[in-house]
Design a protein around this ligand. Sequence first.
Ligand code: BTN
Length: 255
Amino acid sequence: REGLQTTLIGQSIVYRDTIDSTNTLAQQLALNGAPEGTVVIADEQTSGRGRRGRQWFSPPHSGIWMSLILRPELPLAHAAQITLVAAVALCQALSRATGVKAGIKWPNDILFDGKKCCGILTEMHAEFDQIHHLVVGIGINVNVPQEDFPDELQDIATSLQAIRGERLPRAQVVRTVLEEFEPLYRQYVANGGFGTLRDAWKANNITLGNRIVAHTARGDIEGKALDIDEFGVLLLEKDNGEREKIYSADITVFT
Ligand code: BTN
């Protein structure tokens, strides 16, 4: 809390030493009326959750495992765009707080040298087609020595400590993330979506202009990543010149 320069995000903070998942607790608190901007943060998660049912490695004393409760008055169709907003905030915060210049792999993985140092898991609750609340879960591998990652993560995960070669103060990184997120979130709400943040997303991305494979529910689609639209949808050009919109996928980027 100390020195936090925000007026909304982090005005209420719920801290736990150990928890199953900050996203799960945040969901419960949100359903029980926790105010917008509440931040749930834990030192350790025993079942940290990743996208697509994966687990998120969340050892004690080493990372930032937190979830933000948001209540934007927007149609449900705009909910998914919040993860792109959070990705921009994370990149800007890492750069400001630690000097690490990480990049966004569409839609919202934060990578350094091809390895993931932060992940975002957004969960939403709707009432009819309006957003009731969003929980934006943010995981940042801060002081995880590279050798502490499990074998299966060695080639795909990294930490700020591994990148910088020194341990970093987690409190300062948290503060900076919340401070970078707040004005971007206000823009997202004021403009009814991600549209005006598209240039900021592009400035931090490592996807556009590269060859990619999009692993979609319909199978793999390969081509060049051309652009994202104001909804955060990825535009891909296949080798035969056909263009496809990718709404949801995991992607592999060839650089
Ligand atoms: C991903 O890249 O797959 C998303 C990872 C999100 C991890 C964070 S850590 C805090 C919050 N609580 C969870 O259980 N998951 C998110």
